[in-house]
Write a protein that binds this ligand. Structure first.
Ligand code: FES
Length: 205
């Protein structure tokens, strides 16, 4: 699969973030600059092309890298653990809709009692799903601040609350991270609607 807007080097930052952003190492700094440069080079607003295939209601969710393409259940998602990156999967054909980075989704399981009303409504058994593409400059939102219970994009340190419909809690992101509602269908996590807003970042200056 070919990424059309941003090199997966941004995704490579994944292992570099733990529970805090303090005391960044030189290695992290190097990766940070690489990611920012790649985002700037992209220069376009991500958008589904006519030949691409956005997530659809009923799609299952498959963990990125799972060659068995096994649809996830709620039990597969560990409570309050770092978000997983998943792809939507056609429930009938089992084909992954992985032709566009805009289809990348993160899922996390949290306490519904701590969610605001809209987020709780979009959750299924405590699992909430958001676009994995930062709305600042399109890096993967793959950092997790466990203490704050916030997503982190380490390209420029935007933070989002998965308990409050993806609200921005820090950094340069101009708007909330789009949420996509989930349901349980035949025991599997499944897409229940559209993204709350277009996924992906703004055009570069
Ligand atoms: S791409 Fe800049 S904060 Fe995410």
């Amino acid at each position: 699969m070919e990424d059309k807007w941003l090199d997966p080097a941004c995704a490579a930052t994944d292992a570099e973030v733990s529970d805090t952003c303090e005391d960044p190492s030189r290695r992290r700094t190097v990766k940070l600059f690489a990611c920012a440069a790649l985002a700037a080079a992209a220069g376009v607003r991500p958008a589904w092309g006519a030949d691409e295939d956005p997530p659809r209601v009923g799609d299952r969710l498959v963990r990125e890298g799972d060659e068995s393409k096994t649809p996830l259940t709620s039990a597969d998602i560990k409570f309050e653990k770092k978000q997983l990156i998943v792809w939507p999967q056609d429930a009938k054909s089992s084909k992954l809709r992985d032709g566009s980075r805009l289809n990348r989704i993160v899922v996390i399981k949290l306490d519904p009692k701590q969610m605001d009303a809209d987020t709780a409504k979009a959750a299924a058994d405590g699992v909430v799903a958001y676009s994995a593409v930062c709305v600042h400059q399109n890096c993967d939102v793959n950092g997790w601040l466990a203490k704050e219970k916030e997503f982190l994009c380490i390209c420029h340190f935007s933070k989002y609350s998965p308990l409050r419909k993806g609200a921005v809690t820090g950094g340069p992101a101009p708007r909330a991270l789009p949420i996509i509602p989930l349901k349980i269908e035949d025991g599997k996590l499944a897409i229940a609607g559209d993204f709350s807003a277009p996924p992906g970042g703004a055009p570069q200056a």
